[in-house]
Design a protein. Structure first.
Length: 221
């Protein structure tokens, strides 16, 4: 079989691929922000020492981390409309699912970050008259975010790769755009190869940026 990439032009990219790329980026950013916020709350619950907070948070994190993402996507997309009594769009369903799923992973990262902050910092906050909430918000969490920033961004790169799984519910992501272009021009092999190259370029470039950021953080320390 002879490969032919001649059909790929800016018109093809603009007509099929660009829309999917924008949704993949949008989904990644929404799931990242929502996942970090929810994950931080879960991490604080697990570190609170109160069983009524620790048990449900640990159960949520361990359950999500034990189930393949594609199954969570399908379950949410198929079951939630039955519970609420109306259909839910594939894009909205993907955003909610990815946020809830990634929160479990961001939670473990933030928990490690919080535990990496020396206990003397907490004691210093209390010595200044701060309560627990103020100490966590003003002293511990800023240091935890700085310590875990490279890991958080690395998890976000993995999240971007995982957005290709929304094909299971028919959402129009980057991979879906390449797939439709391949079907329209009867060149599926070429479009999947180009898709792989695009994913590699994006993820490798982001990985290099994360590595440079990690080096700068180490220098600051």
């Amino acid at each position: 079989m002879q490969l032919d990439f001649g059909f790929l032009s800016w018109e093809v990219v603009q007509g099929f691929v660009l829309k999917g790329l924008l949704f993949s980026i949008q989904l990644t950013l929404i799931a990242m922000v929502g996942g970090i916020v929810l994950g931080t709350l879960l991490a604080l619950m697990r570190l609170s020492g109160k069983p009524w907070l620790v048990i449900p948070a640990a159960a949520y994190v361990n359950t999500m981390r034990s189930i393949p993402l594609v199954m969570v996507i399908l379950w949410f997309f198929l079951l939630i409309p039955l519970l609420i009594g109306r259909p839910m769009g594939a894009e909205l369903s993907a955003m909610i699912t990815f946020t809830l799923f990634e929160a479990a992973y961001y939670s473990e990262i933030m928990r490690a970050g919080i535990q990496s902050v020396p206990k003397g910092q907490v004691a210093a906050g209390y010595a200044l008259g701060m309560n627990y909430r103020q100490t966590m918000a003003l002293v511990v969490l800023p240091q935890a975010f700085r310590n875990m920033l490279p890991v958080l961004l690395t998890q976000t790169i993995i999240l971007f790769q995982d957005t290709s799984l929304v094909y299971a519910i028919g959402a129009y992501d980057l991979l879906k755009g390449f797939e439709i272009a391949g079907k329209n021009f009867n060149r599926p092999v070429e479009t999947y190869l180009v898709a792989a190259v695009v994913y590699f370029i994006i993820c490798f470039s982001l990985s290099m940026l994360v590595r440079r950021l990690q080096q700068r953080i180490q220098i600051i320390r």
